[in-house]
Design a protein around this ligand. Structure first.
Ligand SMILES: NC(=O)c1ccc[n+]([C@@H]2O[C@H](COP(=O)([O-])OP(=O)(O)OC[C@H]3O[C@@H](n4cnc5c(N)ncnc54)[C@H](O)[C@@H]3O)[C@@H](O)[C@H]2O)c1
Length: 375
């Protein structure tokens, strides 16, 4: 697969290195856009092999259109607000697209990418949700979705290991701004968690969130979020994340009818109840006792292939050798969730997630009106 990497900043260069180091096979970096001399020096082996440099994505697309360069696919690693325009222009040229998270800054951008992808038969459009490659995350999803412990009652996720010092926000003019990044922790760090949350537990039906802007850093966007979700079956969820708390933890709890699952520091434990709690509740005569249960450590022999895993799967899908692991359409969900959290926080009210296209479009319009007041 002849790949062009669009956006050679921190992450774009990391992807180039993964490919040139041989962590991904069957991929040749044919072109990159906009690279600083220092970064170019660090990747000189790819340029020795003839990789071309373009200033912008548009310059690259012009060359592809004029057939002066052969490219099969693009990897988009630019600031969030530019993802959808670049993806749509690439798709119009028939190029396969792998887009880094988030799909955009607002959900209409994600929908537009999906609509364009749908117009091109056989075009592969994937999202870089590398945390789905972690077999522990896959195991948690399998447990919850199988219903082996009954339906979900509650999910709580505390994620304070996204700590960032002030220098991080100063490292790029787009960081920590509404018009550059499109948001704060919800759009930069948490897309992974919001994606996993909806992948494991399903999409919430409503959310009430509280975002604190510039609480710990001198930034316009939020660096702390607390949210409350409801799910279709009546289950509830809480979600907390910040980039300003040290001694970070990452603890996921999922309570189901017959078990409690806890995932922390890479360890997965489940407390299986010996009786059905709902029956116990109705019949127990000891008012202060609890249903008995037993903790079990869950291990899995899988892998955690992360970014190289997604890159390899994308290349294999383009080659027709594998099914795409994270379809582009998945990008809309976590982005919509993030947008709903912002809207709720700005309007100080609970927000219902759209259930159909008509509601989606109304939601997008309302979100973009409110977003415009921030930029
Ligand atoms: N999947 C992950 O684990 C992960 C981790 C970090 C960042 N990211 C994502 O990667 C993307 C980039 O983040 P970063 O930290 O590398 O940012 P960065 O600021 O280091 O790099 C962005 C690069 O894009 C370039 N750029 C901007 N507009 C462009 C255009 N129109 N055409 C070509 N190049 C353009 C900039 O010059 C810069 O080099 C973001 O979407 C971010 O959320 C993903």
């Amino acid at each position: 697969m002849k790949l062009a990497i669009i956006g050679m900043g921190i992450m774009g260069c990391k992807y180039a290195k993964m490919i040139s180091d041989g962590q991904v096979t069957g991929v040749e970096i044919t072109a990159v856009t906009r690279i600083t001399p220092e970064r170019k020096e660090g990747l000189k082996e790819i340029f020795e092999n003839g990789t071309k440099i373009f200033e912008t994505a548009d310059d690259l697309f012009e060359a592809v259109g004029q057939k002066t360069i052969k490219v099969d696919a693009v990897l988009i690693v630019t600031p969030h607000l530019s993802h959808s325009k670049i993806a749509v222009n690439a798709m119009k040229l028939g190029l396969h697209v792998l887009c880094d998270k988030p799909a955009g800054a607002y959900s209409r951008q994600a929908r537009e990418m999906c609509e364009e992808a749908g117009k091109h038969e056989g075009l592969i459009f994937g999202m870089m949700f590398n945390q789905r490659m972690n077999s522990m995350h896959q195991k948690i999803r399998e447990i919850v979705q199988s219903g082996v412990y009954g339906t979900m009652k509650r999910v709580s996720w505390t994620i304070t290991d996204w700590y960032r010092p002030d220098g991080y926000y100063a490292s790029g003019v787009w960081r920590g701004t509404w018009d550059g990044e499109g948001g704060g922790i919800l759009l930069n760090q948490c897309p992974h968690n919001l994606d996993l949350l909806q992948w494991i537990c399903g999409m919430p039906v409503s959310v009430q969130a509280f975002c604190n802007e510039g609480k710990y850093h001198n930034i316009a966007v939020e660096d702390e979020v607390t949210a409350y979700f409801t799910f279709e079956n009546g289950a509830t969820g809480t979600f907390y994340s910040t980039t300003g708390e040290a001694s970070g933890i990452n603890r996921l709890e999922i309570s189901m009818e017959d078990a409690l699952l806890v995932y922390e520091k890479g360890e997965l434990k489940v407390r299986e109840l010996k009786v059905h709690e709902a029956e116990y509740r109705k019949t127990a005569t000891d008012y202060f006792a609890q249903p008995e249960g037993e903790w079990k450590n869950i291990t899995c022999e899988g892998t955690d292939l992360q970014h190289p895993g997604i890159l390899q799967n994308f290349a294999d899908a383009v080659d027709g050798k594998a099914e795409l692991f994270v379809a582009g359409t998945e990008g809309t969900k976590s982005l919509m969730l993030a947008n709903a959290m912002y809207l709720s926080s700005w309007k100080k009210q609970m927000v219902k997630l759209p259930e159909n296209l008509e509601e989606e479009i109304a939601f997008e319009t309302e979100y973009e009106e409110e977003f415009a007041k921030k930029v």
